[in-house]
Ligand binder design. Sequence first.
Ligand code: NAP
Length: 287
Amino acid sequence: MPKYGFLGLGIMGTGMAANLVRAGFEVTVWNRSPEKTAPLVALGARVAAIPKEVVEASEITFAILSDPAAAEAVCFGAGGVLEGLRAGKGYVDMSTVDAGTSRRISAAVAAKGGRFVEAPVSGTRKPAEDGTLIILAAGDRPLFDEARPAFDKMGKKTMYLGETGNGARMKLIVNMIMGGMMTLLCEGLALGEKAGLEQEEILEVIEAGALANPMFKGKGGAILAQNYATSFPLKHMQKDLRLAVLLGDELGQPLHAAAAANETFKQARGLGLGEEDLCAVYKAVKG
Ligand code: NAP
């Protein structure tokens, strides 16, 4: 059995690392806030004090961290991933970041003789717990193949998308679409209420036709129940929209709708809703 490392035990990392431990792999974990390692220890994981020690103890180290700043801090910081790397070791960053961040990490890992794969994921808390994520990998192909047994325990579908940056971009594009859809669903529900319509009936009409999708059903129901328990933190959705709009700038692609959705999510963060689920954007839309 290969020895794996896991950095970042937030909403996603906790479920993903747990699936690796349950599958029988030897897993060493680390999290910035150490109390979050407790559930993994209970399952049989080892704990390290700093990321460097995780990398030293592991053949392949996985990470899933908040954003580009967190991904870079854990890689480049004191006691970070780079300090533990040596020839042949693998680093798989599953955080949602921009392609530039991913490429900087990839180059630094290669400079230490290590190998790098980016592998952001589609799916949320429940798929992370159930091992049914969609994994969007790119980078070092032999490392991708070696990491496949772990990907298969964390996800139901894994795609290899070629050179580093392609996984990051695929993830941002998919989430940009999700953020736009979420914003319009909220605007429709808010407008419907002001128009004197039943919001349940708006969802019923959507569900009956070509617009039906699991996100509208799940998040629409949550909004009506005023259940904003965090599955996907709103602040991360805004980060993804921001990074997608930046990608549009970089490539000269107009993104009117995504830019508008980004403003809505920014407003929601300004209202203090960042730690709530992304569907709490409804509260900002409704005013
Ligand atoms: P989360 O619950 O907020 O967890 C974030 C993790 O990053 C925590 O382990 C946190 O440590 C760590 N972290 C943040 N800043 C750090 C820093 N400066 N140094 C070291 N560690 C740091 O987020 P999540 O929902 O698991 O999401 C993680 C990533 O997956 C994000 O890129 C997100 O966009 C992406 N994603 C999330 C979902 C979802 O539905 N939740 C779905 C797909 C992709 P602490 O515990 O110490 O704060």
